[in-house]
Design a binder for this molecule. Structure first.
Ligand SMILES: [Zn+2]
Length: 313
């Protein structure tokens, strides 16, 4: 049996067909066009292309799992709201089912990525894991006993919006002091630029100027530049705060870091582990929590979407 997974992004819709062991049999992508109908049609044509590549018919595939950004009602297969796709309350699963004649399951894109990493990536050795993606925002998903935990009406696990500084920086959600306002790549880039502006002699200016700053910039120069060091240390402190909170609440076996900033690997993970082992409730001797880097990259969402049709999900 094959499993088909679709990951809807702001610019591209990615699709894969995998077998039960997670081996990729086919892969393709198409441009994202805004609006519910356009997204449904884009998915359906991508599904058709993927099936054709392997000479499969709809019956050879258990179903089509879809990961989609925004607020998703997974039980009813509806996109409640997805601002960057221009979708407001649209029955995406039903529409794609009509167009393809296949069974459809829908979940949030971060949840899909969490499931993908848990099943086939960095979390495959653990039953309980939390996926944290450090990109434009801070997203994530929670896997308990190998299953996705989505919260009430599948609207939960917005881990980026836990407050770590009461009355702190404004967040896109309307609250202040959210983890995302400090631990996202966006926040890291902003902090880097501020540090450069207040230190004209910083080595970070060698990156080519403010418009060339990326989340990697402070990490490149932190070995020989005090301002870069401070940016990195403060960033890691804020990131660790949220990670310890999650570890204390859920006590997962592993916390998996994904998204652009996670490419720093051990430069990020080693200090995070140190803070975690110092601050976690009760210490790490009993019920240790591993910190690992995601391994599936931009395919995590499509893998997880495909896994929605595997028996236990
Ligand atoms: Zn927020």
């Amino acid at each position: 049996m094959y499993y088909l997974g679709i990951d809807v992004g702001g610019t591209t819709i990615k699709g894969i067909i995998i077998d039960g062991s997670g081996k990729i049999s086919a892969e393709d992508r198409t441009e994202t066009k805004a609006g519910g109908e356009a997204v449904a049609k884009g998915i359906a044509s991508l599904v058709g292309k993927l099936l054709k590549k392997l000479n499969l018919s709809a019956g050879d595939v258990a179903g089509v799992g879809i990961g989609c950004p925004g607020v998703i009602d997974s039980a009813r297969g509806r996109v409640v709201f997805a601002g960057n796709l221009g979708i407001n309350d649209y029955p995406l699963a039903q529409e794609v089912a009509c167009l393809t004649g296949m069974k459809i399951k829908l979940t949030n894109d971060a949840n899909a990525a969490a499931l993908g990493e848990a099943k086939f990536g960095a979390g495959s050795a653990y039953g309980d894991s939390i996926f944290v993606t450090l990109g434009t925002g801070v997203g994530g998903g929670i896997i308990i006993g190998g299953k996705l935990f989505e919260g009430g009406s599948s609207a939960g696990t917005e881990i980026g919006h836990m407050v770590i500084v009461e009355g702190g920086k404004s967040c896109t959600c309307g609250r202040r002091g959210c983890w995302e306002a400090y631990a996202s790549a966006t926040a890291l880039i902003e902090a880097t630029k501020e540090a450069m502006l207040s230190d004209k002699n910083s080595a970070m200016w060698e990156c080519g100027g403010l418009e060339k700053v990326t989340g990697e910039t402070p990490f490149i120069y932190c070995g020989r530049d005090g301002s870069a060091r401070r940016v990195v240390d403060e960033y890691i402190g804020h990131l660790a705060c949220g990670i310890v909170n999650l570890a204390n609440i859920f006590r997962p076996e592993a916390i998996i870091l994904g998204g652009g900033v996670s490419a720093q690997g051990e430069r990020l993970n080693a200090p995070l582990r140190e803070i975690l082992s110092r601050e976690i409730m009760g210490g790490t001797g009993y019920a240790p929590v591993k910190i690992v880097t995601a391994t599936l990259g931009s395919r995590a969402g499509a893998f997880g979407a495909a896994a929605l049709f595997m028996a236990e999900n």
